[in-house]
Design a protein around this ligand. Structure first.
Ligand SMILES: [Fe+2]
Ligand SMILES: [Fe+2]
Length: 248
């Protein structure tokens, strides 16, 4: 494997090593929103995808430079029932972000225009922040993550790949619609989480801002409007998923 996003280097950014002379160069890691080189062999791609899946579901995702929006905010005094309820809501959001990661990865695998992959790379990286923030909040509230996440990742990866195969305008349309539905869902959670819980509110508010940005980006990149039956099917799937994850 030649590399993946956290060890790729940009040769032009190399600086001479201060002690070892100009023949030893120091490189900055490639930022997550930079386009990935595309000369991977199929085996490389498979390993990168596997690494990504395992990190998303079981490990630590590669986050961006951004801070957790909850940082520095006080923990609210919640009743046991409130804490449990909010932890479950954040578990739902975490699983949603697992799906988002898998969708973006599946889509990137089959997207035809390199520009589409590149334009959505930052959005995919920001979903990792969401994943990280939600996980942290679930644990702070004494909750646990969904046991169904591996299943969600696998299913969403396939859906993303199929959307990518359908053509870039459809796959971008799928992203735009997903982000819009997530935005509405975040609004529901914002209304449900006790107002005193500033930490959870801060995370949800920032996620909402980001999801709106992702939808806009997808539209600007050429997203087509999805037919109503597909939008309805997506809503139904999300409803089943959220109801299940609240419990499991
Ligand atoms: Fe997200
Ligand atoms: Fe998003």
């Amino acid at each position: 494997m030649r590399g993946s996003e956290w060890i790729l280097h940009e040769p032009s950014s190399g600086e001479a090593h201060p002690a070892r002379g100009p023949h030893v160069r120091l490189y900055q890691p490639m930022p997550l929103d930079r386009p990935m080189p595309r000369d991977y062999t199929p085996a490389d791609s498979l390993l990168i995808q596997l690494d990504h899946a395992l990190r998303t579901v079981f490990g630590r995702p590669h986050v961006t430079e951004r801070q957790d929006p909850a940082d520095g905010l006080p923990e609210a005094e919640l009743s046991d029932a409130e804490r449990d309820h909010v932890a479950r809501l954040m578990r739902i959001n975490h699983s949603g972000e697992v799906c988002a990661q898998a969708l973006y990865q599946g889509q990137a695998l089959t997207a035809r225009l390199p520009g589409v992959r590149d334009s959505m790379a930052r959005a995919a990286a920001e979903e990792n922040d969401h994943l990280d923030w939600c996980e942290r909040r679930v644990h702070e509230l004494g909750g646990r993550l969904s046991l169904l996440n591996p299943l969600f990742y696998a299913g969403s990866f396939v859906i993303g790949a199929v959307a990518g195969l359908a053509g870039d305008k459809w796959s971008l349309g799928f992203v735009a619609e997903t982000e819009r539905q997530v935005e509405r869902h975040l609004d529901e959670h914002l209304a449900e989480v006790p107002a005193a819980d500033a930490r959870t509110h801060a995370v949800l508010e920032q996620m909402k801002v980001d999801e709106i940005g992702h939808a806009t980006k997808a539209v600007e990149a050429g997203a087509a409007a999805l037919p109503a039956p597909i939008r309805d099917a997506m809503r139904l799937t999300a409803k089943v998923m959220t109801t299940t994850v609240y419990r499991v």
